[in-house]
Design a protein around this ligand. Structure first.
Ligand code: PLP
Length: 410
C-alpha cells in the first residue's frame, strides 16, 4: 500500500498559513503602507525582549501591540517632529488619538498631586474644562490668566507651578499671547515648563521649541491633517526624560491613534505647506474684504493694524498671520441666522483647518457654556463669527460673505 499524501482542507490549516508574511521585495512602496495589525510577532523571547527594551539595532523599529505604537504612528510622528524642529536626541514625539488625548498626555504624564498650573483663560474649551474640572479631582490646582498680559502671568506663578499652558493665538478672539515674556518667566522658574498648544499657529506660523517651549502639542485633526477626516494629536517634550513620560502616559492611559487616521494625516501633511501658504494669503484677502463690507462692525486679524495686539503679533508671528479671521456682525441672533442662511455656500461647522473655508458661531458652540456677561468680558458678543479660511477661491468666498453681511445691514 502506498502512502497517499492527504490534501489538507483549507479549514484545517493553521490560521497563520493563511496570513503569509510579506515576501522580501526588490522594490519598496512609494507611499507608507497602512499597517492595521494590532499585534506583532517576534522570532523568539530574546527578540521580544529587544523590542521591549528598545535595544534593537539602530534604524530598526519594533512593535509589540499597537496601543504601544505602530508603523503608521511612527511615520507620522517623524514628519511632525521634523516640522517642529524636535531634536532627535529627545527621542521622537508621540501621536495620540485626538488633540485632547495630547493634552491629557501632558497633564497625566507631567503632573502630580500638589502641583499648580498657570493656564491662559482663552484656551480651547475642553482643555480649560480638563484643567478646571478634572485636575482638581487629582489634587492639582489651575489658575487661569490673561495670557496677553505678561504681568498677570508673572503674578499667577507659585513655587509649585509645574506647567504654564498657552495657545499662541486665542480661539476665537485671535488675541496674541505675550509669548516672549511667558517664555522668559518659564525659563527663570526652577520647575515650570512652558506648554504650547500650536494647533492654530502650526509649526510654520510659530516655531515653538525655538521660542522657548518645553512641550509642544497639536490637534493634528485641524490644519496639519487638513481634511476633516482624521482625529489625531501629537505631543513632544524637548527633554528626553519628559518625552518618555509623555509617551508612557499615552500608552498606559490608552491615548494612542488608529493606523488609518495616521495614514490619512501623513497624506494630508504632504500638502500642508502649500495649504498653509494659500490659506494664509486667502485670510488676509478676506479680512480686507470683510472690513469694507456693510453689516460688519469689526474684523479681527493679526496682520491688520487695527488688531489690538498687532504690534505683539509682529514680534510673535513675524508676518505669518495664519488662516483664522474673526468678525462681528451688526445685531444679534436673528442677524447671525440671516447671515449664515445667506452665506450657506460656506459650511457652518464648528471646526477649523479644513481645506474649505468654514464659519462658526462661538456663542452657540464653543462658548455656549459661558454666561452672556462672561462671554462679553472675553469680547465675544452674539454677532461674533469665527472663520477658518481654507484654500478655496478667496474672491468667490469674499463675495458670498460680503453679500450676506450687506443683506443683514439692509
Ligand atoms: N487644541 C485646540 C487649540 C483646538 O482647537 C482643539 C480642537 O478644536 C483641540 C486642542 C482638541 O483637539 P481634538 O478635537 O483633535 O481633540
Amino acid at each position: 500500500m502506498t502512502d497517499t499524501p492527504e490534501t489538507p482542507t483549507p479549514g484545517a490549516l493553521p490560521l497563520t498559513t493563511l496570513r503569509p508574511v510579506a515576501p522580501a521585495a526588490a522594490t519598496r512602496p512609494l507611499v507608507t503602507p497602512i499597517s492595521p495589525s494590532v499585534v506583532y510577532c517576534t522570532a523568539d523571547a530574546d527578540a521580544m525582549d529587544a523590542v521591549y527594551e528598545g535595544s534593537l539595532p539602530p534604524g530598526e523599529a519594533g512593535y509589540t501591540y499597537s496601543r504601544e505604537g505602530h508603523p503608521n504612528a511612527t511615520a507620522l510622528a517623524g514628519r511632525i517632529d521634523a516640522m517642529e524642529g524636535l531634536d532627535p536626541a529627545a527621542g521622537g514625539g508621540t501621536v495620540t488619538g485626538s488633540g485632547m488625548a495630547a493634552v491629557a498626555a501632558v497633564l497625566l504624564g507631567l503632573l502630580e498631586a500638589g502641583d499648580h498650573v498657570v493656564a491662559s483663560d482663552q484656551l480651547y474649551g475642553r482643555t480649560a474644562r480638563m484643567m478646571t474640572r478634572e485636575l482638581p479631582r487629582l489634587g492639582i490646582e489651575t489658575t487661569l490668566v490673561d495670557a496677553t498680559d505678561g504681568d498677570a502671568v508673572a503674578a499667577a506663578m507659585r513655587p509649585q507651578t509645574r506647567l504654564i499652558v498657552v495657545e499662541v493665538v486665542a480661539n476665537p478672539t485671535i488675541r496674541i499671547a505675550d509669548m516672549n515674556r511667558i517664555a522668559a518667566l518659564a525659563a527663570a522658574h526652577p520647575r515650570a515648563l512652558l506648554v504650547v498648544d500650536n494647533t492654530f499657529t502650526t509649526p510654520l506660523g510659530f516655531p515653538a521649541f525655538a521660542r522657548g517651549a518645553d512641550v509642544v502639542l497639536h490637534s493634528v485633526t485641524k490644519l496639519l491633517a487638513g481634511h476633516s477626516d482624521a482625529m489625531l494629536g501629537w505631543v513632544a517634550a524637548r527633554d528626553p526624560v519628559l518625552n518618555t513620560a509623555l509617551r508612557e502616559a499615552a500608552e498606559t492611559w490608552g491615548l494612542t491613534p488608529s493606523p488609518f487616521d495616521c495614514w490619512l494625516a501623513e497624506r494630508g501633511l504632504t500638502s500642508f505647506a502649500l495649504r498653509h501658504e494659500r490659506a494664509t494669503a486667502n485670510a488676509a484677502a478676506l479680512a480686507e474684504r470683510l472690513a469694507g463690507a456693510r453689516g460688519v462692525v469689526r474684523v479681527l486679524y493679526p496682520g491688520r493694524a487695527d488688531h489690538p495686539d498687532h504690534n505683539r503679533a509682529q514680534a510673535v508671528l513675524q508676518g505669518r498671520w495664519g488662516n483664522m479671521v474673526s468678525f462681528v456682525l451688526e445685531g444679534g441672533r436673528a442677524e447671525v441666522n440671516a447671515f449664515l442662511q445667506a452665506a450657506r455656500a460656506i459650511p457652518f461647522a464648528p471646526t477649523l483647518g479644513d481645506v474649505s473655508t468654514t464659519l462658526s458661531h462661538p456663542a452657540s458652540s464653543s462658548h455656549r457654556a459661558l454666561s452672556e456677561e462672561a462671554r462679553l468680558a472675553l469680547g465675544i458678543p452674539e454677532g461674533f463669527i469665527r472663520m477658518s479660511v481654507g484654500i478655496d477661491d478667496a474672491a468667490a468666498v469674499g463675495e458670498v460673505l460680503a453679500a450676506a453681511a450687506e443683506s443683514i445691514a439692509a
